[in-house]
Structure formats: structure tokens, C-alpha cells
Design a protein around this ligand. Structure first.
Ligand code: DCP
Ligand code: CA
Ligand code: CA
Length: 367
């Protein structure tokens, strides 16, 4: 059988940690990240809350008004969700984690699976050191904590990372898998939700140990072929899913809001230069070039327009991208006399690996 060591990293109260780093005076207080719906002042839901706020019963999904009640008597902070900022932090964290893995699969904005089989030589003591190194790096570079699980496959690693939070580390070596899983409720298996839990309760099954006594046919009968087969194996701590490196991107784009609405091309250059540099940097990170470059114009009436041009030869060069973007936005404004810009984007697409330059391209470029 294939032997592996898999690490699952899940950042603690991720959005809340991001906000605490932006405004360190929030530290120590209950912090609630809010998705305001805009209807009335407090209408909307809680996206997440830091661990201080969780002590008061505040958690993801509850109404903001309810969170305010629960925190009535304390000095708490209610912060609106700022998704682009969390994406930015997440991207940097994934880069950091990538350096600590043979292969990395990002599972969500704040979660990743790391295959560390080769670098640990399948040794769980080495894996433990690896996890401490990851925690150290996260702390030093991004000032965040994560909970980490290590196991022989993705399912066990994920269940393990959920075992001790925040800042936890749970290591389940192959010989410990059965004992670790046995007492846990079935709902701890990723993919076993409330509905499945209820179905299993009717079969008198509430722990993973009990689940592991069911036959495959009973599970397939109740959950269908694919979920049934997965659950059957998961209950035994078996899972062969590889850590899948994300494929190369098919496009890379950056969008931001202008300081002021405008329809003067010169007013957009500052932002276009920034966005172009960021797109160029990402292209270089992936070792790719783009053959098509577009600017995206989001107007004050919130309509979205785009204008693109062919990049010949394909490029990852910041200056070339910036020049093309400036030209495109000037053209767009000239042909849309009623347009006033509110947000701007730069998008590279038709990406190819490598410089994308053939000898012929080089030859033509010289001419
Ligand atoms: N999130 C959300 N709404 C939800 C659940 C999550 O907006 N119902 C967002 C906010 C979280 C992020 O996704 O910060 C990651 O989700 P997690 O489930 O991993 O939750 P946290 O990271 O906040 O907390 P934990 O420490 O329990 O992992
Ligand atoms: Ca998390
Ligand atoms: Ca998560």
C-alpha cells in the first residue's frame, strides 16, 4: 500500500486574525466579522468571530443583531468583511506553505493539504518538526496561528487538524489511526453533514467506531454509491486521494477601486501601473506569459466593460503590460464619451508556460 505523510493546515478564525493584524488594538477583544446586508443598520450575518467572541456563543452564520446581544456587556469590535484583503493574505500564506511541501493543494481560502512524504522520509517525528517549522514561519511572516493535523492521508489529516483549536497540532501515525477515529462523532468525517448524521443516528450509529461496523452495502443503500463507498473507507481511516497541485491558471487579473471616479486617462495611470506590476509578478511566479491583455472598466453605473489586445510576442513584462493597459483605457474612454470610471482591472489571458517566444517571434521582434 502507498505510504504517505499528509499535513492539513487550517488557519484559526482566519478573517478575524487578518483584521487583528490590520488593527492591533483589536487584540484581546472579542472581534466579530460581519457581512452587512445593508437593509437596516444591524441586518446581516456573522462571517466568523475570534476565539474571545466565541466564548460568548458568537459564531459564523448567526445574525449580527444576535451577536450584539451576546456581547452587550463587553467591549467588542464589529468589523465589516473585507474579502479582497483576506485573499491577499491567503495568497501569501499559500506561497509560504508551498515552500514547506513536496506538493500543495489549496482547499479553501484558509486551508491547504501538504504532501510531506518525501521531505520527511515518511517519518512522523520529522513531520512534527515540519509542522513546528510551518507554525514558526506563519507566526514570523504573517503573524497568524493555524491548527495542523498530520496523518497518512487527507481525510485523517483534516480530521486531526480539527481536533485541537486554536494553534493546535495533532499527529496521527498509521498505527494510531483506528484508536484516534473510534470515539469521534461521525460528523467529524469531512462530507458527513447534518443529514447524513441523522440517517446514521436512525441506524444507531453515532461514533466512527460504530460506523466502521456497517457493511459497504448498507452505506451504499443509504448514501448512494460514491458517498457510501467514501464513508465506508473513511470510517476505517482509509483514503487514497492525492494532494492535487492546482493546475496552472488560465487567466490572471487584478481589480481595484480608483481613489476618485474619473474619465481622464491620466488619472488612471497610477492604478494601472500598480495593477500591471502585480499581474506581471504573478505571471512570472507561474513562469507564464500572456498573449491577450485586457483592461476591465467598471463604471459609476456599475456596468462592466472590457477591451483587449493581442500581445505579440506573448509577454510577462510589467512595462509592456502597463503600456498596453494605458493604451486600452485611453481607447475605451475615447469611444465611450459617457463613461465615468469607478474601478479598474487588468487581466492577462491566453496564458502559456515559458517565455512563449519562439525563435520566429524573436526574429520578428528584432526586425
Ligand atoms: N466563513 C464565512 N462564513 C461561514 C464560514 C466561514 O464567511 N459560514 C469564512 C470566515 C472564516 C473563513 O471563511 O474566517 C474560514 O472558515 P473556517 O470554517 O475555517 O473558520 P475560521 O477560520 O474563522 O475559524 P476556525 O478557527 O474554526 O477554523
Ligand atoms: Ca479556519
Ligand atoms: Ca477552513
Amino acid at each position: 500500500m502507498l505510504q504517505r505523510v499528509i499535513m492539513h493546515v487550517d488557519l484559526d478564525a482566519f478573517y478575524a486574525q487578518c483584521e487583528e493584524n490590520k488593527a492591533p488594538n483589536l487584540r484581546g477583544k472579542p472581534v466579530v466579522i460581519c457581512v452587512y446586508s445593508g437593509r437596516t443598520e444591524d441586518s446581516g450575518a456573522v462571517s466568523t468571530a475570534n476565539y474571545e467572541a466565541r466564548k460568548y456563543g458568537v459564531k459564523a452564520g448567526i445574525p449580527i443583531a444576535r451577536a450584539k446581544k451576546l456581547l452587550e456587556s463587553v467591549d467588542a469590535a464589529f468589523v465589516p468583511m473585507n474579502h479582497p484583503y483576506y485573499e491577499e493574505v491567503s495568497e501569501r500564506i499559500m506561497e509560504l506553505l508551498r515552500n514547506e511541501a513536496d506538493a500543495l493543494e489549496q482547499a479553501s481560502i484558509d486551508e491547504a493539504f501538504l504532501d510531506v512524504s518525501t521531505r520527511t522520509d515518511l517519518n512522523y517525528t520529522a513531520a512534527q518538526e515540519s509542522a513546528h517549522e510551518v507554525k514558526k514561519q506563519l507566526r514570523a511572516q504573517e503573524n497568524v496561528t493555524a491548527s495542523i493535523g498530520i496523518g497518512p492521508n487527507k481525510v485523517v489529516a483534516k480530521i486531526a487538524s480539527d481536533q485541537s483549536k486554536p494553534d493546535g497540532l495533532t499527529i496521527v501515525s498509521p498505527q494510531d489511526v483506528a484508536g484516534f477515529l473510534a470515539p469521534l462523532p461521525v460528523g467529524r468525517i469531512p462530507g458527513v453533514g447534518k443529514k447524513a448524521e441523522e440517517k446514521l443516528a436512525r441506524l444507531n450509529v453515532s461514533t466512527i467506531a460504530e460506523l466502521s461496523t456497517l457493511t459497504p452495502s448498507v452505506l451504499v443503500e443509504n448514501f448512494g454509491k460514491s458517498l457510501g463507498a467514501y464513508v465506508y473507507r473513511a470510517a476505517k481511516g482509509e483514503d487514497d486521494e492525492p494532494v492535487k497541485e492546482r493546475g496552472q491558471p488560465t487567466q490572471i487579473s487584478r481589480i481595484a477601486t480608483l481613489k476618485q471616479n474619473t474619465r481622464r486617462p491620466e488619472d488612471t495611470y497610477h492604478l494601472l501601473i500598480e495593477l500591471s506590476a502585480s499581474v506581471a509578478e504573478k505571471l512570472k511566479e507561474h513562469g507564464m506569459t500572456c498573449k491577450s491583455l485586457a483592461v476591465i472598466a467598471i463604471l459609476t453605473d456599475l456596468t462592466i466593460h472590457s477591451r483587449s489586445k493581442l500581445m505579440e510576442p506573448p509577454t510577462a513584462d510589467g512595462w509592456q503590460i502597463e503600456t498596453a493597459a494605458k493604451q486600452l483605457i485611453a481607447e475605451f474612454l475615447a469611444s465611450n464619451p459617457d463613461a465615468t470610471l469607478r474601478r479598474l482591472g487588468v487581466k492577462a489571458s491566453a496564458l502559456t508556460k515559458g517565455t512563449g517566444q519562439t525563435d520566429m517571434d524573436k526574429f520578428l521582434a528584432q526586425g
